[in-house]
Design a protein around this ligand. Sequence first.
Ligand SMILES: O=P(O)(O)OC[C@H]1O[C@H](O[C@H]2O[C@H](CO)[C@@H](O)[C@H](O)[C@H]2O)[C@H](O)[C@@H](O)[C@@H]1O
Ligand SMILES: O=c1ccn([C@@H]2O[C@H](COP(=O)(O)OP(=O)(O)O)[C@@H](O)[C@H]2O)c(=O)[nH]1
Length: 949
Amino acid sequence: MESSQENNISRDNLDELLIPHMSESNYNYDSPIPTSRLERLLRERELRRFIRSFHSNEELRESNGELDTFGNGNEFYLSGGDKGARDDDFFEQIATLKSMNDVSERPDDRVPKQHLLVVANRLPVSAVRRGEDSWALEISVGGLVSALLGINEFEARWIGWAGVNVPDEVGQRSLTKALAEKRCIPVFLDEETVHQYYNGYCNNILWPLFHYLGLPQEDRLATTRSFQSQFAAYKKANQMFADVVNEHYKEGDVVWCHDYHLMFLPQCLKDYNNKMKVGWFLHTPFPSSEIHRTLPSRSELLKSVLAADLVGFHTYDYARHFVSACTRILGLEGTPDGVEDQGKLTRVAAFPIGIDSDRFIQALELPQVKDHIKELRDRFDGRMVMLGVDRLDMIKGIPQKILAFEKFLEENPIWRDKVVLVQIAVPTRTDVPEYQKLSCQVHEIVGRINGRFGSLTTVPIHHLDQSLDFHALCALYAITDVALVTSLRDGMNLVSYEFVACQASKKGVLILSEFAGAAQSLGAGAILVNPWNVTEVAASIGYALTMPADEREKRHRHNFMHVTTHTSQEWAETFVSELNDTIVEAQLRTRQIPPLLPKREAIECFLQSNNRLLILGFNGTLTEPVDTQGRRIDQFKEMDLKLHPDLKEPLKKLCDDPKTTTIVLSGSDRRVLDENFGEYKMWLAAEHGMFLRLTSEGWMTTMPENLNMDWVDSVKHVFEYFTDRTPRSHFELRETSLVWNYKLADVEFGKLQAKDMLQHLLTGPISNASVDVVQGGRSVEVRAVGVTKATAIDRILGEIVHHNDVKAPIDYVLCIGHFLPKDEDIYTFFEPELPSGPTPTPRAKMVKSVNRTASTNLSSGISGLASFCHKPPLSYQTSEKRASNNANGNWWSRMRNRMTMHEGSSVLDLKGDNYFSCAVGRKNSSARYLLGSSADVVSLFKELADCQP
Ligand SMILES: O=P(O)(O)OC[C@H]1O[C@H](O[C@H]2O[C@H](CO)[C@@H](O)[C@H](O)[C@H]2O)[C@H](O)[C@@H](O)[C@@H]1O
Ligand SMILES: O=c1ccn([C@@H]2O[C@H](COP(=O)(O)OP(=O)(O)O)[C@@H](O)[C@H]2O)c(=O)[nH]1
C-alpha cells in the first residue's frame, strides 16, 4: 500500500524522484529523503552554510583574481568558471556534514555550481555604441542589478535587453560578442516594441498600478485606449525573451525570471518545455487584489505567472496579495504553501532581497573611497548631512521628502545653516512623460526652497540629476548623519540597506517609509514614517538629528546585523534551493494523484462485456462547465443544474442499449433529476439514493422508515441565518438534506462564515442530532446520519438487479463522479480488496480481478448485490412507494447469509480490469482514474455511444 510510506519515502521506489535532486546538489541521498519540505530545506541550508563558510575561509587565502572588474569599483560578479580543485579538507568536512545529514558523497564530486539563467528586462550593463562594431558597456543602475551582481555562487548567465536599439546585423553580432565576455546574452527589442512594451505597458501601466499610484491622471483615457496594443507588445516582447532563453537553455539549468516586465515569460517557457525549472520573482510590491482586478489583462497575467514552479516576493504582504488575487480573480485555491489548481501547486513565498554587504564594508577601506570621504567631510564641514538616493521616480516620494525638509527648516530656523540635504536623483525612464513631469516638479520645488533658505555661500538642498559611481556612493553613505527614504511604495529599497552597511563607524539614523518593503526588515532600527504626512516626517528629521548616541548605536546595531546576515547571496541561494525543491515536492505530490482514465482501455473493455453498469454523478460530471474565468460566474446558470447539451445524444444511445444499465446517483432532489433525465431509459437515484426510480416508473424511497428528520428545522434556521449574512450564498432544502453553498460569495468571507457555521453545527445545540455535517469545497451539507453514496448504491443495486431480472452477471462497472470526499466510498464499494505485498504498485494496476459468487466469502459492499436476486419483485405504483430492502438495517447481512447458504449463482463477475472508477475534476481522490472535466465525460460518452451497434 502507498500509505506504508507515510513520513519517509525509501530510496528504492524513489529513484526517479531523487535523480533531479541529486544532480542539483550532487549528493547521493542514501538514507530516506524526508517528505517534509521544511526538513529538506533545513538540510540544504545547513549544507550551504557550511560550504559558504569554507569558501570564505578559502578566499582569505586566495587572491580574488577570478572576479571580473568593471572599473569604477563596480565588480561584475556573474563570473562563472569553476574554481577547480579545492583543498582536500574541504571534502573531508563536507563528508562529515553529509554523514550528519544522512547524505553521502559521490567520490567524483567537485561541487559544481548550479547553472542559472537570470532573465530580466535589463541587463546589468547598458551598451553605448562607439562605432559600427564597437561598444562601451556601462553598469546599469537599479536595485535589481545591484542585488544580482552580488550573487557569485552560481554559474550564471544573464539574458536581457541591453537598453539600446540595434537594428543592424553587424551591430547585433558585435554587441552579442562584447556582452558574451560578461556572460550576458542580449534580447534585441526594436524601438516600437520598447515604446509599447517597456515605456507603455510596463512603466505607464503596471508600474504605477503595482505601486498604488493609479494610471496617470491626464492621459488616463488615452492609456485605456492604447491598452490593447501595449498589451500585445508586452506579450510579444515576453515571447522574444522566451525565444532567447530557449535557445540557450541546457537541461538542468534553473531559469530565474525577474519582475513585472516578464509576467508572461513563465508560461511561454513552460509551453516550450514543461520540464524547465522556472522561478519568477517580483521586485515591486504586488498590490491588493482590488487594484489588480482593475487590469483588463488581470487573469492572463496571473495564470501565466502561475505556470512557474516558484513565485517569490520581497514580503509576506505581497505574497498574500498575490494568492488572494488568484483565489478571487481566478477562483483557485489558496493554501499556506501557494496556489493550487487541479492538484498542481505553484509555490508562493516571501524571499526578502539583501545586498552584498561585504562589498560595501570593504569598499570603505579603499584609498579612493577614503579620499572621497575626506573631500565630502571638508565640503560639508560644520553641517549635518542628510541624504536621499533614489531613481527619479514617482514611487520614491522625492517631492514629499523635499517638502518635509522645507517644513523642518521652516519650523526650526536654528538648523537652517547647520544641515544640508544631498539628494541624488538618478534619471530613469526618461521617455515616459510622467517621469519628465516629475523631473520638472522636483526642480521647481528645490529651486524654491534653495531660494528661500539659501545664502550666498550655501544652499540647503544639493540636488543632483545624475548617478554616482560605486566609490562616490559609498563615501556619501559613510559621511551621512541621517538617510531619508520616503518612498510612497517600494518593493524593498536597497539604498536603505547600503546606507546601513556603510555606517559602521558613524552609526547614523535611517528615516524609512513604512511603505517600503525594507520597513519590515529594518523597521526596528529605523524611524518609520508615513511619507504622505509631511508634518510627521519633518518631526522625525528633528528627532533623528538630535538623537542621543546610545540610541543611535542600538538602532544601528540592529539594522547592521540584519543587513550583514540577509545578503543578496543568501537571498539567491534560498530562492534557487527552494525552486529546486518544488520539483521534488511536485513529484511527491504527483505520486498521490490517480492517472488519467485510459479511455481506449475503458472502451475496449466496455465493448467486450455483456452486462455493464454505468454509475454517474450529476453535478460537475454531466453538467455544462460554468465559466469561472475572472470569477464572473453566472449565478443563475450555476444554481440551475442542466445536463451538458452535448451529452444528450450519446447518453440516449447508451441508455437504450439493452446490455447497459445506467444510473444517475446524485445529491440533487427528484425534481432536478426528473427535469434533466426524465426522457432517458435509466435509473435515477435522488438525494444520495434516498429516492429511486426507473424513469418508466414512479419514485420509491429507499429511506429507512425510522429515519429521524427532526433536526431539519433547526438546521434550516441556521442556514437561513448564514445565507442572510453572506451575500451571494444560497441554500437548498432537500427532503433528506440541506446544502448551504457559498461558491459565488467572496471566497475568504465565505470560508470564514463556513467555519463559523461548522463550529455551530458541530458544537452548538444541534450537535446531538443524528446528522452528518459534510464539508465541501465551497459548501456545507447536513444530511441524515450514515447517508453516503456507497450505502445508497448497496440498496439501489439490489433493486436494479432484481428489477432487471439479471441473468448474466455484471461484468463491467464504470463509475464516474465529482463526488465529495465523504461520498467517494462509492469507488471503494466495487474495489475488491487490494493485494497485500511489499511493493506498492501504481493505482491503476493494483487490482487484478474479482469474481464474486454468492458462495464466495463476500466482504466488500458488492455482496449485497447477490442477495437481491432473491427478493420478491417490487411494484412501483405510488410516487413514494417504499423499497422493501431497507425495512431493517440488518437486512443485508441476513440476505447475504441466506444467499451463501442456498445459492451458488453469481450476479457480479467483475474482473479488476473491467472496473473503472473515475473522479471528474478532482485530483485528490480515491478513484482509480481521473477525468479533467465534464467535457472529457462528453468525449468519452460520444466514443462509447459511437461503438454501439
Ligand atoms: O530598469 P529600470 O526601468 O531603469 O528600473 C530600475 C529597476 O527598478 C526597480 O527596482 C526594484 O527592485 C529593487 C530590488 O529588488 C527593489 O529594492 C526596489 O524597491 C524595486 O523598485 C525594478 O523593479 C527593476 O526591474 C528595475 O530594473
Ligand atoms: O547614483 C546611484 C544611485 C543609486 N545606485 C544604486 O541603485 C540601486 C537602487 O536600488 P533600490 O532598491 O533602492 O531602488 P530601485 O532603483 O531599484 O527602485 C542601489 O543599489 C544603488 O546603489 C547607483 O548605483 N548609483
